[in-house]
Design a protein around this ligand. Structure first.
Ligand code: HEM
Length: 439
């Protein structure tokens, strides 16, 4: 039976205490012992931790809604208070007017339900078809190689490098900018927008500055992309931005709001997550010399390694659903209208599904069965792209660096979020492989 202790430790997680974010897995293990989800008052949601329950709910869009995927509205109270505070600041007035005008607030993809959601996915899915992904491979390899040139240079100079800021951030950011057809514009600005806009996900007590950043970046994002949408209508091109700008689905065009919402999700959903996946893979290799030697010698093992890291360190720890009707889960009845936090990170370590769930095992037969990309109708459309980036990044890193280890002077600070989990920095030591040229 899960105890009050587990519940109070979930409080630590929600309050984003580093000790809880760094290793939430013992809390999840304790919660999984309970016959059915338990209700968490502070969060205002049921905690769903068993693999079968999480998967079943993800696949059932009849009984569960995605309209609040980042949690109950009540959790946004501090955010609203900060909005009110900032509304007294005259310099923020133009930004707030635009936000309250609601542009970009439409229910799209992540927070849409059928039938709208199905209509939107029909548009998005072709952008990630295997042939489109194959056509992106050269750009992914070139970008990773270019970033690795700097990594190698720094390793040669000082023997160590922060692989997050020097490598894992830049690759997904560049690739999504390319996919959207906006490469060549300011990547640092896109990164700031992405960080600021994703801030409320997994942060229910943001600071005034964080909310200011959120508002300013949301506005800058909208202004910029409204301009790019207009341009793409006049001059269509082969990219996702153009697909979205010119889409006619079932005879209907997407509204401005839907277009902006989709673009925002592409910019935000694919960045942080893929950065965290790449970081986790490098961390695992650097921490385990035997694993590193095995993967270095047999590159076909990169794919199962990527899957196993998605399982054991899910970058998106969990997202929410709302019950549309009363639902029985184990011994618990979840009443209609209640929210449920589907903990992918907990489900991925359910011993009923994965043997020795806390061990990295790239040979497990069901290595791809994890829920890190969700499941069912909302299954991540960018999964193929994220996997491709992670595989190429890992292969090229191993080509350029030998003896990768975790540097002694790491602080191991995790992102300030209870949903998106990953290290902010990871210093690694390595030896540059002489003669391993960039492609
Ligand atoms: C390791 C990297 C990634 C992880 C762990 C991840 C995780 C997820 C998860 C768990 C969902 C399901 C949400 C739900 O069921 O409510 C999702 C949806 C989504 N992801 Fe990803 N994602 C990643 C990369 C990407 C990339 C690269 C893109 C785009 C370029 C992307 C775009 C999206 C979008 C637009 C959705 C919403 C889909 C829908 O609701 O129909 N993601 N992602």
């Amino acid at each position: 039976m899960a105890t009050n202790t587990a519940s109070s430790r979930v409080d630590d997680l929600i309050n984003r205490e580093q000790s809880a974010i760094a290793c939430p897995y013992p809390i999840f293990a304790e919660l999984r012992e309970h016959d059915g989800p338990i209700f968490h008052e502070h969060l205002g949601a049921w905690l769903v931790t068993k693999y079968d329950d999480v998967r079943m709910i993800l696949r059932d869009t009849e009984r569960f809604s995605s309209r609040s995927p980042t949690g109950p509205q009540a959790a946004g109270t501090v955010l609203m208070e900060r909005f009110m505070e900032l509304s007294q600041d005259p310099t923020m007035a133009p930004y707030l007017t635009s936000i309250t005008a609601g542009r970009g607030q439409a229910a799209v993809l992540l927070n849409a339900d059928p039938p709208d959601h199905r209509r939107q996915r029909k548009l998005v899915n072709p952008a990630f078809r295997p042939d489109r992904l194959r056509s992106m491979e050269p750009a992914i390899s070139e970008t990773a190689s270019r970033l690795l040139d700097d990594v190698v240079e720094q390793i040669q100079d000082s023997g160590q490098v922060d692989i997050v800021t020097k490598f894992a951030v830049g690759l997904p950011m560049t690739i999504i900018a390319l996919a959207l057809g906006v490469l060549g514009d300011d990547l640092a600005t896109f990164k700031r927008w992405s960080d600021d806009i994703v801030m409320p996900v997994g942060n229910h007590s943001p600071s005034l500055d964080q909310v200011r950043g959120f508002i300013v970046s949301s506005n800058e994002f909208k202004e910029y992309f409204l301009g790019r949408i207009a341009l793409s209508k006049r001059e269509p091109a082969e990219n996702i931005l153009s697909d979205i700008a010119n889409a006619v689905i079932d005879g209907e065009e997407l509204t401005d709001d839907e277009q902006l919402g989709m673009l925002q999700q592409f910019l935000v959903a694919g960045n942080e997550t893929t950065t965290k996946l790449i970081t986790n893979i490098i961390h695992a290799l650097a921490a385990d010399a035997a694993l590193q030697a095995r993967v270095r010698a047999d590159r076909t093992l990169i794919e199962p390694l990527v899957e196993e890291m998605l399982r054991i360190e899910a970058p998106v720890g969990g997202l929410f659903r709302q019950a549309k009707v009363d639902v029985q889960l184990g011994a618990t009845t979840v009443p209609a209208g209640d929210h449920l936090w589907l903990l992918f990170a907990a489900a991925n370590r359910d011993q009923c599904k994965f043997t020795e769930p806390d061990a990295v095992d790239i040979d497990r037969s069901n290595v791809k069965d994890h829920l890190a990309f969700g499941n069912g109708e909302h299954f991540c459309p960018g999964a193929g792209l994220a996997r491709l980036e992670a595989c190429i990044a890992t292969g090229l890193l191993l080509d350029r660096l030998a003896n990768i280890t975790v540097a002694p002077d790491n602080d191991f600070v995790y992102e300030d979020s209870f949903v998106l989990r990953g290290l902010k920095h990871l210093n690694i030591c390595a030896v540059a492989i002489i003669g391993a040229a960039a492609i």
